[in-house]
Design a protein around this ligand. Structure first.
Ligand code: ADP
Ligand code: MG
Length: 698
């Protein structure tokens, strides 16, 4: 039996370790920094660095690294050893306060969207004391923010921390109005559920598309897919179970609270959900989780696919971002209360979210946009590309009666007058769970379900935090000036419901009628990345983020540029990989097969001239027709790519060109190739089939 409590966090420089190893004053200084984000006094930093180093060396570490999250979507690190030369050719192990607090790195190879060019090539990493340092691969990892010389954020962590700060400020204003003087800090909490596929390494190695792009670009549908619904929550196969146990342990050591693991809807698809944490730490842990999912898989001769749509025709993978706001006194502000007073406060926070999601639907959509996620949204397996909120029937009925000033009948049919003073007890458990909603209230938190499986959670939370901060700012300003607080509160809630109820939708999001209905309601439907990205730089959105100092206009324009360029790059790699696979693997295979058939026909003819050869001839004709089709499609895709690669194309026009011209050309090529896969002898087909990949792990 393993001692899990002892194992948990054993590689983390957490509060307990700090309390043991730091002087009382240094420990308190670090705690204060954690609470209010102020920088540490240099002498304290020196003490912390020294304690960290001693602890890390005892655990076998020889190196340290500032660990950061550039705009590539994955993490970056540059290792330095602790060694420092002394007289006589000896070394000692050293780590200074300065090295802990600030690092310098060449930023020129990371995407900066033009920000760096305007300033200088150097980038700086700054210790984020709110997230614990940890040891991995004999290296001390120090979570850091990454910015340019001028202080512009070049990463995903900085804006997240800024947005948490913005929200904190506005929530505290609102809480004062409700008399909560004891709350000094609130934090957003996030619990991301992560979906992934596991396939055999040997299969993976034979698929250039998986290696280059993370998804299959060719592949005929298997005869069995997920239609029997026999995988979801099904018994976990022993190789997968061994992987999950191993993954749990590795993550526990790093203090990641992985909790739930089960099979998902598609064959070979699984899910891991950690227990929620402060948004910033959850984002760091999510990065670690994705990295370790891949690493641990390699040890089991498996490959973990985090792509949003590795296989056409079976469900893709997403990430559910469970989100709430918590006070330092331990209260979840999205938990409906037991008293009318508590519920009035709950309703105000609920309204803040409703207003935020309605006003910034475009930004929420953009925050989860990627080439990979375009395959999921609206494909009857993930939420549609239209953003809406699910509240459940009961909560919606309560809001309706509030809006209309009518009586609300609880389930027990006890008639109550609904005013802010006499709110009924709220349903604490939304039993009517809705899986098709992009943004669902699930009892005491919201679940934003549009995220792609491979994306870091920072961006969507930046948008949520900032948009909700903006709602609360408006509310606080209005209520702070009110003479009759309760009257003003009731009026405000009614007004917000009236203005923003169009965003509430409790029905089936997969239903086509909803697309029509959403249009009538004036909600945005932005099906692809190229459609939604321009929203990123709309004046209203720039104004929002500038107001709360989460992004400057320059930072937003740079990010817009990075996203557009990145989209084009992904499409470019996919299209080229297709061309190469078709040309070098598929065409030779089908020609060989055609030749085999032709030879068989000739041989049979020579042996018995009158023998009817219907099977061979039909097959050869079909193969020949599709081969010609394949060749035409291949030439067409090549031509499109030549146009896409013309120099100096406007990034948005290029993204639209990929959407409108290149993707349809890729689809046509795939259709011909998949048709051939169904005809050609298995031993000649150059890649493992969908069936091989999806059902090989036992
Ligand atoms: P389901 O699959 O039904 O959505 P899970 O239990 O798999 O539910 O996941 C729910 C997730 O929500 C978990 O990661 C959980 O820790 C997280 N969660 C619960 N409460 C909160 C909260 N207050 N804030 C953020 N996340 C939360
Ligand atoms: Mg969920």
């Amino acid at each position: 039996m393993k001692d899990i409590p002892a194992l948990f966090g054993c590689m983390v420089f957490n509060d307990k370790v700090m309390q043991e190893r730091l002087s009382k004053s240094a420990y308190q200084a670090v705690m204060r920094t954690k609470e209010d984000g102020r920088s540490l006094d240099p002498s304290v930093a020196a003490e912390v660095a020294s304690a960290m180093k001693d602890w890390a060396i005892e655990k076998g570490a020889t190196h340290f690294t500032h660990w950061f999250q550039p705009m590539t979507g994955i993490t970056a690190e540059k290792h330095d050893s602790f060694i420092s030369p002394t007289a006589g050719g000896q070394v000692i192990m050293e780590f200074s306060g300065k090295e802990l607090i600030k690092g310098e790195s060449d930023a020129s190879s990371f995407p900066s969207g033009g920000l760096r060019a305007t300033f200088e090539a150097r980038g700086y990493t700054a210790w984020d004391a709110t997230s614990y340092a940890f040891i991995k691969d004999d290296t001390l990892y120090i979570p850091t923010a990454f910015c340019s010389y001028g202080g512009e954020a070049l990463d995903k962590k900085t804006p997240l921390l800024r947005s948490m700060e913005a929200l904190n400020k506005q929530v505290l204003r609102v809480l004062r109005l409700f008399g909560h003087e004891n709350v000094t800090m609130v934090r957003t909490t996030v619990g991301p559920e992560q979906e992934y596929f596991l396939i055999d390494k040997e299969m993976y190695d034979r698929r250039k598309d998986l290696i280059n792009t993370g998804r299959t670009l060719f592949g005929a549908r298997p005869s069995k897919g997920q239609e029997l619904h026999d995988h979801y929550y099904g018994a976990i196969k022993s190789r997968v179970a061994a992987y999950m146990r191993d993954l749990d342990e590795e993550l526990w050591k790093l203090g990641v609270l992985c909790k739930t693991e089960h099979n998902e809807g598609a064959p070979a698809q699984h899910e891991m959900a950690p227990i929620f944490n402060t948004a910033n730490i959850a984002a760091d842990h999510d990065q670690l989780t994705m990295e370790l999912m891949k690493k641990v898989a390699a040890r089991h001769n498996l490959v973990c696919l985090l792509h949003e749509k590795p296989f056409a025709g079976v469900n893709g993978s997403g990430k559910h971002n469970n989100w709430s706001i918590s006070t330092n006194t331990g209260v979840n502000l999205l938990e409906p209360g037991d008293t009318p007073h508590e519920n009035a406060q709950f309703l105000l926070f609920l309204c803040a979210v409703i207003k935020a999601v309605d006003e910034y639907q475009d930004m929420l959509r953009v925050s989860i946009a990627s080439a990979g996620n375009d395959h999921r949204l609206g494909a009857q397996e993930a939420p549609p590309a239209v953003v809406s909120i699910f509240l459940g029937d009961e909560l919606t009925a309560i809001l309706e009666s509030l809006e209309n000033g009518t009586a609300y009948a609880t389930k027990e049919q006890v008639q109550m007058r609904v005013g802010v003073h006499t709110l009924p007890r709220f349903p604490k458990d939304t039993t009517d769970r809705n899986r098709t909603s992009p943004f669902a209230f699930t009892g005491n938190k919201f679940e934003f379900r549009m995220l792609g499986s491979s994306q870091p959670v920072s961006e969507p939370n930046v948008v949520l935090n900032t948009a909700v901060a903006s709602s609360l700012d408006e509310f606080a300003t209005e209520l702070e000036g009110a003479e009759d607080f309760n009257g003003a509160l009731g009026a405000l809630i009614r007004r917000v419901i009236k203005q923003h109820k169009r965003i509430i939708f409790n029905g089936n999001g997969y239903d086509e009628a909803w697309t029509e209905e959403a249009k009538r309601r004036g909600l945005l439907n932005l099906p692809t990345t190229a459609d939604c990205l321009p929203c990123y730089i709309l004046p209203k959105n720039i104004a929002l983020f500038e107001k709360y100092k989460v992004y400057s206009e320059a930072e937003m324009r740079s990010r817009y540029d990075i996203y557009l360029t990145n989209y084009a790059k992904v499409m470019h790699i996919e299209a080229h990989t297709m061309v190469s696979m078709a040309q070098k693997d598929i065409v030779p295979a089908v020609i060989r097969y055609g030749q085999e058939l032709a030879q068989a026909i000739c041989a049979k003819r020579a042996a018995m001239p009158d023998l009817p050869l219907t099977a061979e001839e039909t097959l050869l004709t079909e193969v020949n027709t599709l081969t010609n089709e394949l060749s035409t499609c291949l030439a067409a895709l090549r031509e499109c790519l030549a146009v896409a690669e013309q120099p100096d194309r406007d990034p948005l026009a290029l993204a639209e060109y990929y959407r409108d011209v290149v993707i349809p050309a890729m689809n046509a090529l795939r259709a011909a190739a998949d048709g051939l896969e169904m005809l050609v002898a298995k031993d000649l087909w150059p890649f493992p089939s969908y069936g091989d990949m999806l059902f090989s792990v036992r």
